[in-house]
Design a protein around this ligand. Structure first.
Ligand code: ADP
Ligand code: MG
Ligand code: MG
Ligand code: MG
Ligand code: MG
Ligand code: MG
Length: 703
């Protein structure tokens, strides 16, 4: 979650006058980091995952499953120096919800070491067992993306009325919010800046007996806060589930992967190359078909979180004239901002429309023509307003245009939380707090993470401190450690394949954005058509045979001691540099299956990863190969439809439940039974989600 400074948070109106101070200090800090680390090189290929948990309380007598908001003391107990955390290399972090935990490896994995890939799942299992052991028996840490009945009466334990001043939600009590003052302040300040509560509307999935009105909106305004009237004034759309608070989004769980590149240019190429895999892997990991007790007509969480932290003023969102901007919390006119795509120059005013929420897909590629021969300016074809003052300052301090543009875009945002103690108190030569304030509240599909600053006098950063990293953020959390390990390890392995085989995956970002929309659809994993580059420069014949069958052949070769299968030969000579440019920018429409399992003309992610495994780990044992193959099978089978996503599994579970009334509603009983099922799947007591083949594998190896 970035940093959790202690201190006195300022309200939005107090903090507002310091916005420029935070931005200008943040930029000074970034300039310092860049000056120190731009030439940093030969960093190790470290990586790590982040898994988010919900603490679910089971009451068997009442058939109720609730979010436990009274067990957050566990985070004070399981601090990094706790012997069990040290012993198992695990680290727990606070998250937005008081019912949430985040856990990561304490030290990152070595992405060159086969043993580390095979150990990820064990590390995840420790996080679960250690936290579980510090919770009461009836509270279980589950990895579900969205709690099905969040926002309905009594969905927490203990129960609370939704009447809190921070969120002012009609549905979510403030007691779900992390007790650390940063989180209610974030919640309140987003609302204050926006000038209204956030409004998230998801289409209700229509069944035969569905009443298409959100039954949870009170028939008449509550009359507790002025914002209570908003759903009757257009904030709630007909036919949609209406959600009005940050918690609906930031209270979701997800799976994030951070990989470290050897230098800044490699990180920039990796970031760009992964951009179009964000929508594809969002679709492939779909796990959230239920919100606020309704089956919805989409399968993923992304737009819920995007809407949940959308702090743009009505003017910035494009729904109100400029005059209304100043009524709300928006930027003062001393801000220098321009929009290079649509210069507004409105009466010489420097505020501007902002097309996306601060939680959204990326709007700029990071590379330029000098850092990769693939990049073309026309790929950056979505409106990405910048803070012109920041841009000029970065350019004057050694940032190239693309890099300056990236950060100048992030810095159109205002800081959301500012602690009074930090206002005039930073040493920009050693701190990064003001930079991180904005960096870590720009929640995009990918995050480009610069190194931390190091103390003056040192000549170079300690190689064990983080270098230039890329975080891959779109994926939904999966129920089991097996699945989360699978979707985790494929990312660094795929990243290695990208760095080694150097595909050209550039696509205009407008098409990547269209893919994000596609990824939301029900069953988009099978039905969605995604834009992709036709010519990537990869020769499909180089990857022939590097499919799931490669593992079988390799395993039987090891078992029968026959002649080696001639597949691990690696003819690539991949000195750093630019591969053959593919000038043809044709775009095709492909399925998730095409991307993951390949086509007649393009190797799939599975091929790329398998070839990396084959060429890097020729001595892998049968057991190790089986484990890697099981991960790839899961990813492959989900993409081909041989196995369902959790979104499909949960939707089918609800619809088939005897207590379901064909009204798209998820009752207390159905919610309880679904959560019980999730707990069983988590423990591999129930493996139907994985089909016969992987089910048998899990029964044999994980129970
Ligand atoms: P954030 O919430 O800001 O994304 P976290 O600290 O929660 O950051 O998670 C970052 C992930 O990156 C963890 O899995 C961590 O182990 C991993 N990590 C730590 N150091 C490095 C590094 N040098 N290179 C790559 N990954 C790293
Ligand atoms: Mg998190
Ligand atoms: Mg984190
Ligand atoms: Mg952190
Ligand atoms: Mg209350
Ligand atoms: Mg993260």
């Amino acid at each position: 979650m970035g940093l959790l400074s202690l201190g006195t948070p300022l309200t939005w109106h107090e903090a507002k006058q310091h916005n420029n101070l935070v931005r200008s200090n943040g930029i000074e800090q970034l300039i310092n980091i860049h000056r120190q680390s731009a030439a940093r090189t030969h960093d190790k290929f470290y990586w790590g995952d982040e898994v988010e948990y919900m603490l679910v309380r089971f009451d068997a007598a009442l058939s109720r499953a609730t979010l436990s908001i009274d067990e957050d003391e566990i985070l004070n107990v399981l601090h990094d120096a706790h012997p069990e955390c040290v012993a198992h290399n695990i680290s727990f972090h606070p998250e937005y919800g008081r019912y949430m935990l985040e856990a990561t490896p304490a030290r990152p994995y070595d992405g060159r070491a086969l043993a580390d890939y095979l150990y990820v799942e064990q590390n995840m299992a420790y996080r679960r067992s250690v936290s579980r052991a510090h919770l009461p028996r009836d509270v279980v840490p589950l990895t579900i993306t969205a709690f099905p009945r969040m926002g309905l009466a009594g969905f927490t334990s203990p129960p609370h009325e939704p009447n809190g001043v921070a969120s002012q939600s009609l549905f979510l009590p403030d007691e779900i919010i992390n007790r650390h003052v940063r989180f209610p302040t974030l919640t309140a300040n987003i609302r204050a800046r926006r000038g209204s509560k956030v409004a998230i509307n998801l289409p209700i999935f229509r069944d035969t007996r569905t009443d298409m009105r959100d039954a949870l909106i009170p028939a008449t305004p509550r009359g507790l806060f002025t914002h209570d009237s908003e759903p009757y004034q257009g904030a709630a759309l007909p036919g949609h589930v209406y959600m009005d608070s940050m918690g609906f989004g930031m209270g979701c769980s997800c799976l994030q992967i951070t990989v470290q590149a050897q230098d800044i240019n490699e990180a920039r190429y990796l970031y760009d190359s992964l951009a179009n895999f964000a929508p594809v892997l969002l679709s492939a990991t779909a796990a959230s078909p239920i919100f606020k007790g309704y089956l919805v007509a989409q399968d993923v969480r992304w737009n819920v979180i995007s809407g949940a932290v959308d702090d743009r003023t009505p003017y910035e969102r494009g729904v109100a004239p400029l005059a209304e901007h100043k009524l709300f919390g928006g930027l003062d006119v001393d801000e220098a901002r321009t929009d290079k795509h649509a210069p507004h120059a409105r009466d010489g005013k420097d505020i501007q429309r902002i097309p996306k929420s601060r939680y959204d897909s990326i709007s700029n590629y990071l590379s330029d023509e000098h850092t990769t021969g693939y990049y073309k300016p026309e790929y950056n074809d979505v409106a990405a307003p910048i803070n012109a003052g920041v841009y000029a300052k970065l350019q004057a301090n050694g940032f190239d245009a693309a890099l300056a543009n990236h950060f100048a875009h992030l810095f159109i945002r205002d800081p959301l939380v500012l602690f009074s103690e930090r206002v005039s108190n930073s040493d920009n030569a050693v701190d990064n707090d003001h930079f991180e304030n904005l960096q870590s509240t720009n929640w995009q599909t990918l995050r480009f993470k610069p190194p931390a600053p190091f103390v003056e006098g040192q000549t170079a950063a300690d190689p064990e401190t983080p270098g230039w990293r890329v975080e891959f953020r779109p994926m939904e959390i999966q129920v089991t450690d097996f699945e989360n390990a699978a979707y985790s390890v494929i990312i660094p392995l795929f990243a290695r394949a990208i760095l080694k085989y150097k595909p050209n995956y550039y696509l205009p970002l407008s098409q990547v954005d269209a893919n994000m929309v596609t990824a939301h659809g029900v069953n988009s994993v099978l039905e969605g058509k995604f834009y992709a580059r036709k010519h990537t420069g990869l020769d499909v014949s180089d990857f022939a045979g590097f499919d799931l069958g490669w593992f079988d052949r390799k395993i039987s070769q090891l078992q029968s001691h026959t002649a080696p299968v001639a597949t691990e030969k690696d003819e690539y000579n991949l000195a750093n540099g630019v591969a053959v440019a593919t000038g043809d920018d044709s775009v095709v429409e492909v399925s998730v299956n095409d991307v993951i399992n390949g086509t007649a003309t393009q190797p799939g992610l599975v091929h790329m990863v398998t070839k990396i495994i084959a060429s890097t780990y020729p001595d892998a044992s049968v057991e190790q190969l089986e484990q890697l193959q099981a991960y790839l099978k899961l990813v492959s089978y989900r993409a081909s439809g041989k196995l369902p996503t959790f979104a499909k599994y949960a939707r089918d579970f609800v619809v088939a439940h005897p207590a379901y009334e064909a009204d798209s509603r998820v009752s207390e009983q159905v919610n309880y039974d679904l959560c019980v099922r999730v707990a069983q799947v988590t423990a591999y007591e129930e493996v139907g989600l994985f089909g016969k083949e992987l089910g048998a594998y899990l029964m044999k190896h994980r129970r």
